[in-house]
Ligand binder design. Structure first.
Ligand code: PGA
Length: 255
C-alpha cells in the first residue's frame, strides 16, 4: 500500500458552527485514550473532505491529516460560474479531491468522460484523485459488477500515464447510506480485479483501492483486515467525530 487513506466525506452536512464540536469534543478529547507521541504522524492516513466553504476553518482547528474537496472543476480558470479550480483548492491546503461520486453522477449527470477530464486536471496539478466507481443494485443482482466496473475504469483511466498515486474508491451505489454492504470477501476480490484492470489499461505508479458504502464503527475493522482494502470513504459515520475517530483507530490497528 503506497497510500492508504480513511476519508471523511461530510457531503453537504455540518454547519460551520459544528466544526469545533466535531473536533474538540469528540476527536481530540477522545483521542486522549491513545498515546500520541506525534499526532501528525498518527493522522497521516486520515483525509477530511468538508464542504468547500469550511476548509479554512477546519484547517485552523485541526492541523492534521489531509484536507480534500468533494469535487473539483474540470476547467482551470475563467468564466465558469459556480466552479472551484484546482489552484484555488490547493491555496486552501487541499491535497486530494473526490471525483465522480455517485451523487455527482446522479444529481449532476457527471459521466465517466467528465470524471476522466477531472482526473487529468488533478494529476497535472498534483492533487491526489480519489476516483469513485460502483454498480447499481440491479447490476449487482445480475452478477455483472465486474463488467460495469471495467467499463467505468476503461472510460476514466485509459491512456493515463503518471508517476503519481491514484486512489480508487469502490462504492456500490446500493450500499451508500443504506446500511447494506457486500461481504468483505466480495469487496476484497473486487479490489484485486480493480487493481488488475487499472494496471492493464493505464500506467500508474501506485493504485490504492478503498471501500465506501455504509462503513461504520461495527463493520469497519472487518473491511480493513482484508489485504486488498486500503482504507475507506465514509459518509454518514464520519459526521460524528467520535465514530470517525473510532473507525480510524481500527484502521491504524490493522496496518
Ligand atoms: P455512507 O456514504 O458511508 O453514508 O454510506 C459513503 C459515501 O457516500 O462516500
Amino acid at each position: 500500500m503506497s497510500h492508504p487513506l480513511v476519508i471523511a466525506n461530510w457531503k453537504m452536512n455540518i454547519p460551520s458552527g459544528g466544526i469545533s464540536g466535531w473536533i474538540q469534543n469528540e476527536m481530540i478529547s477522545s483521542n486522549d485514550e491513545v498515546d500520541f507521541e506525534n499526532k501528525s504522524s498518527y493522522f497521516k492516513f486520515m483525509g477530511i473532505a468538508p464542504p468547500t466553504s469550511h476548509l479554512t476553518e477546519l484547517r485552523n482547528l485541526f492541523n492534521f491529516g489531509f484536507l480534500g474537496v468533494q469535487d473539483i472543476s474540470k476547467y482551470y480558470d475563467g468564466a465558469k460560474t459556480g466552479d472551484i479550480s484546482a489552484d484555488m483548492v490547493i491555496e486552501k491546503g487541499c491535497s486530494f479531491s473526490i471525483l465522480g461520486h455517485s451523487e455527482r453522477r446522479e444529481f449532476y449527470n457527471e459521466t465517466n468522460s467528465i470524471v476522466s477530464e477531472k482526473l487529468r486536471v488533478c494529476l497535472e496539478k498534483d492533487i491526489m484523485p480519489v476516483v469513485c466507481i460502483g454498480e447499481s443494485l440491479e447490476i449487482y443482482n445480475a452478477g455483472k459488477t465486474l463488467d460495469i466496473l471495467e467499463i467505468q475504469l476503461k472510460e476514466i483511466f485509459t491512456s493515463i500515464s503518471t508517476k503519481k498515486t491514484a486512489v480508487i474508491a469502490y462504492e456500490p451505489v446500493w450500499a451508500i447510506g443504506s446500511g447494506k454492504t457486500p461481504t468483505t470477501d466480495e469487496v476484497n476480490n473486487i479490489h484485486q480485479h480493480i487493481k488488475d484492470i487499472v494496471q492493464s489499461i493505464a500506467n500508474i505508479e501506485a493504485v490504492n483501492v478503498i471501500y465506501g458504502g455504509s462503513v461504520n464503527c461495527d463493520n469497519a475493522k472487518s473491511f480493513f483486515q482484508q489485504t486488498n482494502i486500503d482504507g475507506a470513504l465514509i459518509g454518514g459515520a464520519s459526521l460524528d467525530g467520535k465514530d470517525f475517530l473510532g473507525i480510524y483507530n481500527d484502521f491504524m490497528e490493522t496496518l
